[in-house]
Design a protein around this ligand. Structure first.
Ligand code: HDE
Length: 720
C-alpha cells in the first residue's frame, strides 16, 4: 500500500532558498489552509458542527473524542501574557552592514558586508495588558532578534535611551507601581495614578526616564517613526581580544514623529490598534520601514572620562560628546503569518549573544540576564522554548541538553554527556579561533557589598539637559504631560513632592505644572520624608545637588533635529461627497502617491461616491466609521454639490476642526475653500500649513513637516 502524507500538516509553505535563511527555516513548520480537515491525530473529519448524541435531541456522548479534542484544545489556547511588554506587534526583515567594523568587533554580522541577516522585530508598550490600546503614554519596547550564522543575537531595547532604575533589584517595585492598582485593577495601561507617582517621587533615579515619558516620545505617531536604543553600555571585542564600550542606536529613516496627547486620547476610541495596523498596512503596501543601526563607541581607556558612569542605565551619552557612527540598515519587509506563533511566542533575551559582543557590569543589565530565561519558563512553559520555530537559530545546535516538556528534537545516539568517547567526543568544543564564545576577561578586585556606586548619584543633571534641549513646543507638551499625570493623583503630598522634584530639574517647568494643577511649588519638602518607608538612607543620599552642565544643550534629543524622509506612508484623507471634482482629486492623488503617501477617500457615506462627471470611486472610510486623528493630513477637492453636502455634515466640520487643532496640513481647492469657511480654519487662512488653491508640491512639503506647531497655542482654544 502506498503511504500518503497528510497535506494540511505536512505541506511546506515556502520553497527552500528564498534568499532568507529564517524564512526557509520557518517553512518547515508553516502550513497552508488546504486539504481535508482532520483531527490532531490525522483522522479525516466529516462533521465539525454537531456533537455525537443519543438521538438528535438527546444528551451528548462522552465517547465523542472529536468534540473533546476540539474543546480541550480551545480551553488551553491562551498562555500567560508577558509580565511587562504584553502588548506588541512584530515583523520580519533583514539587516545589512554598510562597512566592516572589524576594528572593534569580530562578530560576523558586523564584519561581513556580504550578509543579509534575517531579523524579527517586536515593538511593544510596557505597562498595559495584551489587549490594551496602542496609544497609551508609555515607553515602547524595540526588540530585535538577529538570526546570524553564529547563533541568535538579541538587541532588546526601548525607544528611549535610558531606563527608570539603576539596579535590577528595584524592577519589581517599579513595575508593581505602574501596573493597575491591585485592590481594584485600575487603571489599565496608564502611568497616571497614585502608586506610580508615589514610587517615582521617592526614587529620584527614575526622574530622567520619567521626563522622557512626559515628552512626545511616549506617544509616537508610528512604531516606524521611533528611535530604538540598547540603553546599557555593552562591549564589543575584536579579533585581537581588545574591548570597546558600545551603545546601540536605531535611527528611523522616516524621522522621529509623535502625536499630541489630545489625539492619543481620541485614538484610544477611534482605533485602539492604531500602531499595530499602521505597521501591518505599511509592510503590506510595500512601504517597508527602515532603520539605520548606529554605535557610540568608547575606548576602554576613556571609561572614566565622563561626568556620569557608563554603567548607569539612567544616563545617556550625548551624541554631541560621542557621535553615533552609522554602520548598517534594517528593513522590515514581511508581516507574520500567524500572530501567536510568531509575535506572541518570540522570546527575547539580552543574554543571547554572538562572539564579538559582550556585557558590562551595569547592574540593571546583569539582572536582566537572569530574568529573561526565567520568564520564558512560565510564559512558554518549558526550557525547550528555543525549539519554537520563531526562536530557533538558523545554524544547527548541538549539545547534551535533553527531554523536558514538548521536546521536538529527536536526539539520536547513546550519549548525552561530555566528555565522552562513545560518540567520538561529540558534540565537541569549539575552539575560540573557530568561533567559540569566550567571555571578555576583566579584572575584578572588590569587596562583596550590597550597595551602589557613588558615581550613580546624580539624578538631576540629565533630566535638566533633556528639557533644555527641547524646542518650545516640545517643552509645552512635557509640561502638559506632567500636569495631566500628576493631576490624576489623589494624594496631596505626592503631588507636592513631584512639584518640588520637577523644580529641581527646571523651575519654570515646575511653575507651569503647578499653575495647571492650581497648586504652588513647595519651597522644600520634609526630609527624610517618612521614617516608615525605609528608604531614608537612599532618599538622603540622592537629594539634588548642583546640576552638572557638561553641555548647554544636546540638539540630538529634540525631535526637530532628527533626520526625516518625505511623506512616505503618510495617511491622507480626501474629504468628499457626491459631486466632487474628480480631476482635482486625480491630480493631487497622483502627486501624493508618487511620494508613496497613502490616499484614502473619506465620504459622508459608505459604498461608492460619484464625482461631477458621474464616475464612481470606492469609499475607503465613511465619516461615520472614522476620525481625523487616524490621518496625517486632509485634502478637500472642489465640486459644488460635494461642498454643499459636506458643509451640512457636523461630522465633516468636526473632522476638519480636529485636524486643524492637531496642527495638521489641510489643502482645499476651489469650492473646497467654502468648507473651510464653515470651520474654525476660516480665521487661520494665512497659516503655513493651510493651503488654498496651491500646487500639490506645497501640500506635500507641509505634510513632510509633520505638524505646524506654530499654530498650536491658538488652535488649542478650538472646542473640539
Ligand atoms: Fe525587560 N523584560 N526587564 N527591559 N524588556 C521583559 O521578558 C526585565 C529592561 C524589554 O517583545 C520580560 O520575555 C527586568 C530594560 C523589552 O518580547 C522580562 C529588567 C529594557 C521587552 C523582563 C528589565 C527592557 C522586555 C517580560 C530590569 C530596555 C519585550 C517578557 C533589570 C533596554 C520583549 C519577556 C518582547 C521584556 C525583565 C529592564 C526591554 C520579565 C528584570 C532596561 C523590549 O523578562
Amino acid at each position: 500500500m502506498k503511504f500518503t502524507t497528510n497535506k494540511l500538516t505536512m505541506k511546506k509553505d515556502q520553497p527552500k532558498n528564498s534568499g532568507n535563511q529564517k524564512k526557509d527555516d520557518m517553512s518547515k513548520n508553516t502550513t497552508k489552509l488546504e486539504g481535508a480537515m482532520t483531527t490532531n491525530q490525522g483522522l479525516k473529519v466529516n462533521d465539525t458542527n454537531n456533537s455525537l448524541k443519543a438521538g438528535e435531541r438527546g444528551a451528548s456522548l462522552l465517547e465523542d473524542f472529536i468534540l473533546r479534542e476540539k474543546i480541550t484544545h480551545f480551553d488551553h489556547e491562551r498562555i500567560p501574557e508577558r509580565i511587562v511588554h504584553a502588548r506588541g506587534s512584530g515583523a520580519h526583515g533583514y539587516f545589512e552592514l554598510y562597512e566592516s567594523q572589524e576594528d572593534i568587533t569580530k562578530a560576523e554580522i558586523f564584519t561581513d558586508t556580504s550578509r543579509k541577516t534575517p531579523v524579527f522585530v517586536r515593538f511593544s508598550t510596557v505597562a498595559g495588558s495584551k489587549g490594551s490600546a496602542d496609544l497609551a503614554r508609555d515607553v515602547r519596547g524595540f526588540a530585535t532578534k538577529f538570526y546570524t550564522e553564529e547563533g541568535i543575537f538579541d538587541l532588546v531595547g526601548n525607544n528611549m535611551p535610558i531606563f527608570f532604575i539603576q539596579d535590577a533589584m528595584k524592577f519589581p517595585d517599579l513595575i508593581h507601581s505602574v501596573k493597575p492598582e491591585p485592590h481594584r485593577e485600575i487603571p489599565q495601561a496608564a502611568s497616571a495614578h497614585d502608586t506610580f507617582y508615589d514610587f517615582v517621587s521617592h526614587a529620584t533615579e527614575t526622574l530622567h526616564n520619567h521626563i522622557w515619558l512626559m515628552s512626545d516620545r511616549a506617544i509616537p505617531r508610528s512604531f516606524r517613526m521611533m528611535e530604538g536604543f540598547g540603553i546599557h553600555t555593552f562591549r564589543m571585542i575584536n579579533k585581537e581580544g581588545k574591548s570597546h564600550f558600545v551603545r546601540f542606536h536605531w535611527k528611523p529613516m522616516l524621522g522621529v514623529k509623535s502625536i499630541t496627547w489630545d489625539e492619543a486620547v481620541k485614538i484610544h476610541g477611534a482605533d485602539s490598534d492604531f500602531h499595530r495596523r499602521d505597521l501591518w498596512n505599511a509592510i503590506d503596501a510595500g512601504i517597508y520601514p527602515e532603520w539605520e543601526l548606529g554605535l557610540q563607541v568608547i575606548p576602554e581607556e576613556d571609561e572614566h572620562k565622563f561626568d556620569f558612569d557608563l554603567l548607569d542605565a539612567t544616563k545617556l551619552i550625548p551624541e554631541e560628546m560621542v557621535p553615533v557612527k552609522i554602520i548598517g540598515k534594517m528593513t522590515l519587509n514581511r508581516n507574520p503569518d500567524n500572530f501567536f506563533a510568531e509575535t506572541e511566542q518570540v522570546a527575547f533575551h539580552p543574554g543571547h549573544l554572538v562572539p564579538g559582543i559582550d556585557f558590562t557590569n551595569d547592574p540593571l543589565l546583569q539582572g536582566r540576564l537572569f530574568s529573561y530565561t526565567d520568564t520564558q519558563l512560565s510564559r512558554l512553559g518549558s526550557p525547550n522554548f528555543h525549539e519554537i520555530p520563531i526562536n530557533r537559530p538558523v545554524n544547527e545546535t548541538h549539545n547534551n541538553q535533553r527531554d523536558a516538556h514538548m521536546r521536538m528534537t529527536v536526539n539520536k545516539g547513546k550519549t548525552a554527556y561530555f566528555p565522552n568517547s562513545i560518540s567520538g567526543g561529540c558534540p565537541h568544543l569549539a575552539k575560540i579561533a573557530q568561533g567559540g564564545f569566550d567571555s571578555h576577561e576583566e579584572r575584578i578586585d572588590a569587596k562583596k557589598v550590597r550597595g551602589r556606586s557613588e558615581s550613580f548619584s546624580d539624578h538631576f543633571s540629565q533630566p535638566a539637559l533633556f528639557y533644555r534641549s527641547l524646542e518650545e513646543w516640545e517643552k509645552e507638551h512635557v509640561a502638559g504631560g506632567y500636569a495631566f499625570e500628576i493631576g490624576k493623583c489623589t494624594y496631596k503630598h505626592i503631588k507636592e513632592r513631584m512639584l518640588w522634584l520637577i523644580a529641581q530639574i527646571d523651575e519654570d517647568l515646575a511653575e507651569k505644572v503647578a499653575k495647571s494643577l492650581g497648586m504652588k511649588v513647595p519651597d522644600d519638602i520634609e526630609r527624610p520624608i517618612n521614617q516608615a518607608i525605609g528608604a531614608d538612607a537612599d532618599v538622603e543620599k540622592h537629594q539634588p545637588g548642583p546640576k552638572k552642565m557638561y553641555l548647554e544643550k544636546s540638539p540630538a534629543l529634540s525631535q526637530t533635529h532628527l533626520k526625516s524622509e518625505g511623506i512616505r506612508s503618510r495617511q491622507i484623507a480626501v474629504l468628499v461627497a457626491d459631486g466632487f471634482n474628480g480631476e482635482q482629486l486625480e491630480t493631487m492623488k497622483k502627486k501624493l502617491e508618487a511620494e508613496d503617501a497613502m490616499v484614502k477617500i473619506v465620504a459622508n457615506h459608505g459604498g461608492t461616491v460619484k464625482c461631477g462627471n458621474d464616475n464612481e470611486l470606492e469609499v475607503d472610510a465613511a465619516l461615520l466609521t472614522t476620525e481625523s486623528v487616524v490621518f496625517d493630513a486632509i485634502y478637500i477637492p472642489g465640486g459644488r454639490k460635494s461642498i454643499d453636502a459636506l458643509s451640512k455634515e457636523a461630522k465633516a466640520l468636526k473632522f476638519i476642526n480636529e485636524a486643524f487643532k492637531h496642527c495638521k496640513a489641510i489643502a482645499a481647492y476651489k469650492e473646497g475653500e467654502e468648507l473651510l469657511d464653515a470651520t474654525y480654519v476660516k480665521d487661520f487662512k494665512d497659516d503655513k500649513a493651510i493651503l488654498i488653491n496651491e500646487e500639490p508640491k506645497a501640500f506635500i512639503d507641509a505634510i513632510a513637516q509633520h505638524r505646524n506647531w506654530d499654530r498650536e497655542k491658538e488652535a488649542a482654544k478650538i472646542p473640539v
